[in-house]
Design a protein around this ligand. Structure first.
Ligand code: PLP
Length: 380
């Protein structure tokens, strides 16, 4: 008898499960809009030119392999390389569970499906704050302010830095400023999750505005950064956790504890992917080229929004679809319900998460007509 005999089957990941079902489908017309990974018009993954070049440089210059952490702008910011966005969140949560006085962490409702368990598995206690209003298909700003306003002092708050997943709805900069004031006045601890920097507006700087607003006021915060999407390095698992502290002295003690957390979990992160990222970040020309390639990805997604919206209009599909144009980043939160999603998968071989979220990056000019027909049939 196995000593592990009592281990029960873990539930399937709801997002990866979509791809499992898609892979099994023999239809030549099948379309996978479940996974938030960038695809070209031809439906292929994109290896960025800057990544190819950086890899070439790495081969020529093994010294860059010794770059460990990413740029540290000020001495009171400690940055540790982590395993993509997820690992950065997990390390941050583990550190907070061990060293921070408040264990309650607020996540938006809805949010990325992994958030709750990443935090509970670190021993934090998860609560939600209102974020999205299904009626307006926009931000429930009043609800957000009320819920954060009644959070206990010191509570940790997860904020999507930009391109909120799954809703595609971000606060305006005025709203960010109000959120900042409220959180600072209540002593809430901001923990930014930045998984799509560059995908909201096409600009790395514009998409970092929310984080920079909180850093500029001199207060403390955490930020988990993923390079999976904006460098197309999904499998390399490159990310970073930064903790902004009040003083350099605190930052250096925090860093020592972060290294301990990491050492006990997996000792060290792998170096290859991080070296590619560091090479791009440090080289002016490669950096500029990256911003151009990133903008092209963001623009293709924006053009897919327009094409899908126009096609639904032309088809006369009932309902207001303007949220397809208004929402930001990789995803559209269509408003389709689980039954409609199941219908579209069964009848049209179109795959997406059951909450009606579609990855615009998985769509192309060729596949818009079939999606339009499917949505039309689902809602008519
Ligand atoms: N945070 C959000 C909001 C995400 O959507 C994702 C990925 O889907 C992640 C974090 C984790 O990304 P990574 O693949 O870098 O772990």
């Amino acid at each position: 008898n196995s000593v592990f005999a009592s281990v029960v089957q873990a539930p399937e990941d709801p997002i990866l499960g979509v791809t499992v079902a898609y892979n099994k489908d023999p239809s030549p017309h099948k379309l996978n809009l479940g996974v938030g990974a960038y695809r070209t018009e031809e439906g292929k993954p994109l290896v960025l030119n800057v990544v190819r070049k950086a890899e070439q440089l790495l081969v020529n210059d093994p010294l860059v392999n010794f770059g460990y952490s990413l740029a540290i702008q000020e001495n009171r910011v400690t940055t540790v390389q982590c395993l993509s966005g997820t690992g950065s969140l997990r390390v941050g949560a583990e550190f907070l569970a061990q060293h921070y006085h408040e264990r309650t962490i607020y996540i938006p409702q809805p949010t990325w499906g992994n958030h709750p368990e990443v935090f509970t598995s670190a021993g934090l206690s998860v609560k939600t704050y209102r974020y999205y209003s299904p009626n307006t298909r926009g931000l429930d700003f009043q609800g957000l302010l009320e819920d954060l306003g009644s959070a206990p002092a010191g509570a940790i708050v997860i904020l999507h830095a930009c391109a909120h997943n799954p809703t595609g709805v971000d606060p305006t900069s005025d709203q960010w400023e109000q959120i900042r004031q409220l959180m600072r006045s209540k002593g809430l601890l901001p923990f930014f999750d930045s998984a799509y920097q560059g995908f909201a507006s096409g600009s790395l700087d514009a998409d970092a505005a929310s984080v920079r607003m909180f850093v500029a006021d001199g207060g403390e915060c955490l930020a988990a950064q993923s390079y999976a999407k904006n460098m197309g390095l999904y499998g390399e698992r490159v990310g970073a956790l930064s903790i902004v502290c009040k003083t350099a002295e605190v930052a250096s003690r925090v860093e020592s504890q972060l290294k301990l957390v990491i050492r006990l979990m997996y000792s060290n992160p792998p170096i290859h992917g991080a070296s590619i990222v560091a090479t791009v970040l440090k080289d002016r020309d490669l950096y500029d080229e990256w911003t151009v390639e990133l903008k092209a990805m963001a623009d293709r997604i924006i053009s897919m929004r327009k094409q899908l919206y126009d096609a639904l209009q032309a088809r006369g599909t009932p309902g207001d679809w303007s949220h397809i144009l208004k929402q930001i980043g990789m995803f559209t939160f269509t408003g389709l319900n689980a039954n409609q999603v199941a219908f579209m998968t069964k009848e049209y071989h179109i795959y997406m998460t059951s909450d009606g979220r579609i990855s615009m990056a998985g769509l192309s000019t060729r596949t818009v007509p079939n999606l339009t027909e499917a949505i039309h049939a689902a809602v008519s």
